[in-house]
Design a binder for this molecule. Structure first.
Ligand SMILES: [Zn+2]
Length: 278
């Protein structure tokens, strides 16, 4: 058995909380430093379903990628989704004594983090962050690198599909299926704010989540003048599914640094909101 502080310090050693964006809220969400932990669960999201899963498995500490306290809520009531979640979270501390830590943009940027694990999984050579940190260029948002052997856009989409957990929402691809791709940029999570950096880094394909109609269409329009703007293909991957992949690495790192606790990886609990497609 260890304390919440000991787990926090262990996580901080590989996903430093200081890396988080100023708007983020990674760190302890619920709990007191001296509380003891014997069972940890790992997840991408915090949902009523995940909280139920923790309770039925006697988990003391949930460590999720997305924070539970992110948008302000004025009441703990059923009036808003934030209010309902706040009700579940209040019960976490008072009834089940369940603690909570979030590793959000800190894990996005870190070595072995949410994006970094794809360097090895996709086999990207000389990979670097899409948006490097000012103090350390090896850390930062997203990763971009070269496949050892160029492949087709279709084959890359299939490879990616085989890496992420199964979801009912398919991967969506924009670009000629037969075109060759070698320079791959990946930003798990909502990445439509980073198109400029991705194009500047000469990516052939950008893998990210939650691409909306107009920003995606704009990118295809830029492809009309490839001699100026390059020719960027897009792959939209389900948000939680692609972000859950790093939990396997997270589990190994935790096992190595925190002894005497049980770890439950909830990456097979799919929290992407879409549960069927027609
Ligand atoms: Zn996310």
């Amino acid at each position: 058995m260890v304390t919440l502080k000991e787990v926090y310090d262990a996580v901080d050693s590989f996903y430093p909380f200081a890396l988080q964006e100023p708007w983020d809220n990674s760190g302890v969400q619920i709990g007191f430093q001296a509380q003891t932990v014997s069972k940890i669960a790992l997840s991408v999201d915090v949902t009523p379903g995940i909280i139920k899963e923790c309770k039925s498995n006697n988990v003391d500490l949930l460590i999720s990628h997305h924070p539970s306290f992110f948008r302000a809520t004025a009441s703990i009531s059923e009036a808003t989704p934030q209010g309902i979640l706040a009700g579940c979270l209040t019960g976490m501390l008072t009834e089940s004594r369940l603690m909570h830590i979030s590793c959000h943009t800190s894990a996005d940027k870190a070595r072995y983090g949410v994006a970094d694990v794809f360097i090895e999984l996709l086999g990207l050579d000389q990979a670097m962050p899409i948006i490097p940190e000012p103090h350390d260029g090896t850390l930062g948002i997203g990763r971009i690198g070269n496949l050892e052997n160029a492949t087709t856009l279709l084959q890359l989409a299939h490879t990616l599909k085989s890496i992420i957990p199964e979801t009912s929402r398919p991967l969506l691809v924009a670009g000629d299926a037969r075109r060759t791709v070698q320079r791959v940029a990946i930003l798990p999570g909502a990445g439509d704010s980073e198109f400029t950096a991705v194009r500047r880094a000469n990516a052939d394909v950008y893998i990210t989540s939650d691409l909306r109609h107009h920003p995606a269409l704009d990118q295809l329009t830029l492809n009309y003048t490839p001699e100026v703007n390059g020719d960027l293909a897009l792959i939209d991957v389900p948000h939680s599914a692609v972000e859950s992949v790093f939990l396997r690495k997270f589990e190994l790192l935790l096992e190595d640094r925190v002894k005497g606790v049980e770890i439950l990886n909830l990456s097979d609990v799919n929290t992407d909101p879409w549960n069927f497609a027609v």
